[in-house]
Design a binder for this molecule. Structure first.
Ligand code: 6PG
Length: 248
C-alpha cells in the first residue's frame, strides 16, 4: 500500500484487501487506546457493505473487540430499520449481528419520528451518553460519485456556512432523495478520527476532483470539507478508484 500526506488528509492507496486490513487494525487501536468504549459510526452505500461482509466471514476473530465498541451510523435515510435502504439496518445485518454485538452497544437513529424530531432525539441521546460537544471517536465514510460524504450533498444548506452552527447532527431535505439525517460539518470536525473508503473505477473521477481540481468549492465538492481538519482524516482508496491521482 502506498501512502502520502495531502491537504485533505493521509491518502492510502492499494488493493482493497490491504485497505480492509488497515481498517480492522485501526478499529482495534481505538479500543486499546481507550478506557471507555469508543464510539464508531459506520456508513451507508455499497462500499462499506463489501467491508462488512468480509469482516463477518474473514475476521470473526474481531468479535471480542467489536463488543467493546458503541456502534452507530453517520447518516441515515428515513426508512424503517428492516428496509434494505436503512444504513443502520444494513450494518446491523451484515456486520454487528454476525459479530454478536449486544443491543446496548448499538445506537440507531429513530426514523419513525419526523426528520427534525429524529435529529433532535439522536442529538439529545448522544449528548446524554457521551457529553455535549462530543462527536464520534471514529467515523467511517464513503464518497458518492458526486463527491458527497455522509448525507452532505453538493449544494446542501449544511455546507453553506459549514462551521456556523454548533450542531453535531441535523436533518436535511435532499433534492430528489428526500429527507436524510446526518452528522454535520461541525460534527465531523469534532470526530476523533475519520476514515473515508472509496473503491471501484466508477469513483476515479470523483477522487480526482477532490485531490486534483484546484480550488473547487466545498459546496460543489463536499468531500473537500475534510481539508479543514485534515490531520484526523485517512482516505482508503483502492487502485481502481485511485487511478487518476499520483501515488507514492
Ligand atoms: C448513504 C451514505 C453515503 C455513501 C456514499 C457512497 O447513505 O448513501 O452514507 O454517503 O457512503 O454515497 O456510497 P456507495 O458506496 O454506494 O457509492
Amino acid at each position: 500500500m502506498h501512502s502520502r500526506i495531502t491537504p485533505y488528509g493521509e491518502v492510502r492507496i492499494g488493493p482493497v484487501q490491504s485497505l480492509y486490513d488497515w481498517l480492522v487494525n485501526h478499529f482495534s487501536d481505538q479500543v486499546s487506546s481507550r478506557i471507555c468504549p469508543p464510539s464508531v459510526a459506520l456508513t451507508g452505500g455499497g462500499t462499506p457493505m463489501g467491508f462488512y461482509r468480509w469482516m463477518a466471514t474473514e475476521r470473526m476473530g474481531f468479535s471480542p473487540v467489536a463488543k467493546h465498541i458503541i456502534w452507530t451510523v453517520s447518516d441515515e435515510r428515513m426508512v424503517p430499520v428492516d428496509s434494505s435502504e436503512s444504513n443502520f439496518g444494513n450494518a446491523r445485518r451484515a456486520l454487528l449481528d454476525p459479530m454478536g454485538v449486544p443491543d446496548d452497544s448499538m445506537l440507531a437513529w429513530d426514523t419513525e419520528r419526523a426528520p427534525e424530531d429524529a435529529a433532535d432525539w439522536y442529538s439529545h441521546l448522544w449528548d446524554y451518553s457521551f457529553g455535549e460537544g462530543k462527536a464520534y471517536d471514529l467515523c467511517l465514510l464513503g464518497m458518492g460519485p458526486d463527491c458527497h460524504i455522509a448525507s452532505l450533498f453538493p449544494g446542501s444548506p449544511l455546507l453553506q456556512n459549514p462551521f456556523g452552527s454548533k450542531r453535531t447532527f441535523a436533518a436535511v431535505n435532499v433534492p430528489e432523495k428526500g429527507w436524510r439525517l446526518t452528522v454535520t460539518p461541525d460534527g465531523l470536525r469534532r470526530c476523533g478520527s475519520i476514515v473515508i473508503m472509496v473503491t471501484g473505477a466508477s469513483k476515479a473521477e470523483a477522487v480526482k476532483r477532490v485531490f486534483e481540481c484546484g480550488d473547487e468549492p466545498v459546496l460543489d465538492c463536499p468531500a473537500r470539507l475534510v481539508g479543514h481538519f485534515q490531520d484526523k482524516v485517512t482516505w482508503l482508496i483502492d487502485n481502481e478508484a485511485g487511478a487518476g491521482i499520483p501515488i507514492g
